[in-house]
Ligand binder design. Structure first.
Ligand SMILES: C[S@@+](CC[C@H](N)C(=O)[O-])C[C@H]1O[C@@H](n2cnc3c(N)ncnc32)[C@H](O)[C@@H]1O
Length: 262
């Protein structure tokens, strides 16, 4: 995972026209409504710092933590580029955060749960977030939805290949995007959640008031997405109407679990 992120430009993902704009603007819309308006936020797996910079700009006191040195350096450069709203970025890992007990008002885990492919590790990361949260603090946790690869491959016109159907079979059965028995070849290795599985993991880690919110919702499946995102207000409003509807959560590529530490 680290080797892959040292090579791939993760910074680019949220700024691509169309899908990048949809993911970024929907995520920020969810932050506006589901995060407390101010206070200390720990952005675990914050990558190159797009969300950290946004939240620092809105008045949050942000610490970004990421295990990939390149990401931490990019985040620090991003912070230097906005001296009016700086944030801190440090090396660290979701299961052992460099943060004292009960000092955060909110913890973001926007990515680490994809890469922690064992359930015990995911629950350990959620418990570690609870350790640093104050009582009443919120965690926002993003996962990839179980059927995202079938939808994505369909959108990309990949259904003609024979291997893809074996690949779907494995992906849907065990939720892994790559065969862990094969040597790592640098391709994406991630865990894909059934949305209700995220609820169960948050519950097991001791959180309460759990809500599941679609990020892209149905909008990422639109053929003319890039065109629609040039003037996105109505589309974003329509996605909001469906964002917590249980029967639609699985059509989103990503789902965010929002929950409270008792
Ligand atoms: C898909 S990127 C998301 C980056 C950013 N949070 C965003 O939403 O754009 C996943 C991030 O999680 C980080 N990550 C992966 N495993 C992690 C772990 N065990 N602990 C903390 N961060 C991790 C990666 O280094 C990467 O920056």
């Amino acid at each position: 995972m680290t080797a892959q992120y040292e090579r791939v430009d993760e910074d680019d993902r949220l700024w691509r026209p169309g899908l990048g704009d949809l993911v970024r603007l929907r995520t920020w819309d969810i932050f506006t409504r589901f995060l407390p308006g101010h206070g200390r936020v720990v952005d675990v797996g914050g990558g190159p710092g797009t969300h950290a910079a946004h939240l620092a700009g809105r008045g949050h006191d942000v610490l970004l933590v990421d295990p990939v040195a390149r990401h931490v350096e990019m985040a620090q450069a991003r912070s230097r580029a906005q001296p009016h709203a700086p944030f801190r970025a440090e090396l660290g890992e979701a299961r052992r955060l460099p943060v004292p007990d009960q000092t955060a008002d909110a913890v973001l885990l926007m990515g680490p749960l994809y890469h922690l492919v064992q359930r015990d590790d995911r629950v350990a990361a959620l418990r570690e977030a609870a350790r640093v949260l104050q009582p009443g603090g919120d965690v926002l946790v993003e996962v990839i939805a179980r059927h995202a690869w079938v939808l994505d491959a369909t959108l990309k016109g990949l259904l003609g290949s024979r291997e893809i159907w074996d690949n779907f079979d494995r992906n849907l059965r065990v939720g892994l995007s790559q065969d862990p028995d094969r040597p790592a070849d640098g391709s994406f290795w991630a865990y894909f959640h059934h949305p209700e599985e995220l609820r169960a993991e948050l519950d097991l880690a001791g959180y309460r008031d759990i809500r599941l919110v679609a990020v892209e919702g149905f909008a990422w499946l639109l053929g003319d997405l890039a065109q629609r995102m040039t003037d996105p207000a109505d589309l974003l409003r329509a996605v909001r109407l469906t964002e917590t509807e249980p029967s639609m959560l699985g059509t989103s590529a990503h789902v965010i679990g929002v929950a409270r530490k008792p």
